[in-house]
Write a protein that binds this ligand. Structure first.
Ligand code: PAF
Length: 323
């Protein structure tokens, strides 16, 4: 996977010659995520850096790096070669299976529903599950509602999806939905997506507006349909040993900074939703807003039956009924 340093903090005490060496000691925390600096994950990482460095008076330095293989990042956090990642839940269910309920299509009615569930008892309960898998689920963040793009034709109804080769995340819940619709789901890491679209290995992909805009996917995809077929949560996951090495006061500062990061990230998602569709039209995409959502939901009935059986059916109903 490609990995490059997106931003390095300025050395805070570089110009303070009379400070003793121990006062200079700085602990570095590296946070990786899959998107450009100018994106909703970038906004979250920047807020984490700004707040945590300020609250710890520069004793910590946060470095933001880009790595567009989310499974790899979660693995690295688990084994401790990476401190933290902001990732979609795409690969997370393979580590903490309980999280898979959140990946069910058409589960959340709107953003308020999703944020309310994640910030409440259900979301916090799911974060608590990470510790038994060698991970710390620190805070829910947001990727956003996913929409379908493709290079072949406009999509209005489920029949339009039939036979389309669609790149999905490495997520069995999403893959089942696409195969139930008659598409040919092709799971791959985000790092492989653009070459796969260029070479015609896949016809389409699905991602939130902010991802499509920030990665210029309009250059490789002509049609965008506002399917909003699934909410895509994101999460800040850290290595538990790294957090355990902090003093309790610094850990509390880290949690405060994580909250600020989630707020900045969600605000940017909202901004992208408000402006992004017009921007993609300006860049030449053909945008379909008339989508037969009820028909998509009806076509997914066989998949919903499997989710009820294979995932936590009671939890799915609690999420659906949340007000
Ligand atoms: O499609 C994906 O893999 C994810 O939505 C992305 C773009 C890496 C952001 O989390």
């Amino acid at each position: 996977s490609r990995l490059w340093v997106a931003a390095l903090g300025a050395p805070l005490f570089a110009a303070a010659p009379f400070v003793s060496t121990s006062a200079l000691a700085q602990t570095e925390i590296t946070v990786q995520h899959a998107l450009p600096l100018n994106s909703h994950y970038g906004a979250g990482a920047a807020a984490l850096k700004e707040n945590f460095e300020r609250l710890t008076s520069g004793r910590y330095r946060v470095t933001e790096q880009r790595n567009d293989n989310e499974r790899e990042m979660v693995e690295s956090v688990q084994i401790g070669t990476l401190d933290c990642t902001v990732t979609s839940t795409g690969p997370v269910g393979n580590f903490v299976s309980e999280v898979r309920v959140l990946d069910v299509p058409f589960l959340f009615r709107n953003t308020a529903h999703a944020r309310g569930v994640l910030d409440g008892e259900i979301g916090q309960g799911l974060l608590a599950r990470f510790s038994s898998r060698g991970l710390a689920g620190v805070a829910w963040m947001e990727n956003g509602f996913r929409h379908l793009t493709n290079s072949r034709h406009e999509v209005h109804v489920p029949a339009d999806v039939q036979g389309l080769k669609v790149r999905t995340m490495e997520n069995p819940v999403h893959m089942r939905a696409f195969s139930t619709l008659g598409a040919l789901p092709t799971p791959m890491a985000f790092s492989e997506l653009v070459p796969a679209l260029q070479q015609g290995t896949v016809d389409g992909q699905e991602n939130p507006i902010g991802v499509i805009v920030a990665n210029n996917l309009n250059q490789v995809q002509r049609y965008l349909t506002l399917t909003g077929h699934v909410y895509s949560p994101a999460i800040l996951i850290c290595n538990p040993a790294m957090l355990a090495r902090m003093t309790p006061a610094d850990r509390a500062h880290f949690m405060t900074a994580a909250k600020a990061a989630a707020t900045a990230n969600r605000d940017r998602v909202t901004e992208d939703v408000n402006n992004g569709v017009a921007e993609l039209r300006r860049r030449g995409m053909i945008v379909t807003t008339e989508v037969d959502t009820a028909a998509f939901q009806a076509s997914l009935a066989p998949a919903f039956a499997v989710y009820e059986r294979e995932l936590d059916g009671a939890l799915l109903r609690r999420i659906r009924d949340w007000h």
